[in-house]
Design a protein around this ligand. Sequence first.
Ligand code: ZN
Length: 138
Amino acid sequence: MKLLRYIWALPNSILGLIFVPLALLTSGGMEIVDGVLEIHGGFVKWFLKHCLPFRGYVGALTLGHVVLGYNREILSVYRPHEHAHVRQYEVLGPIFLPVYLLASIWAMLRGRGAYQGNYLERRAREQQLLRKQENIET
Ligand SMILES: [Zn+2]
């Protein structure tokens, strides 16, 4: 069953896997955490800082079962949020990115901001808070 989730999300994961050689050739690193490949530093850091349409920099970005992170520390902080996105990819598979785009447009039309108001981002933030509460209780 777990294999099906990887196959279903694979088109998105392939986009993330493109960053593996680029990161390794530029002093980046990677590790597998809870079945998710996390890549950080080097070209990934540069990409997150300069190639996305956001002010400042993006700390982390999830593509299927691959998470791109600015550095190892930021990946650690954002892990619950980004792994919530991994679970969303496992549900939505190849339609995740179009759904994400439509959710951003819908949020903008409602005046909530393309990122802050995006349904998938709101759900990921809720999951992040739940994980924090679970860690406090245990
Ligand atoms: Zn997010």
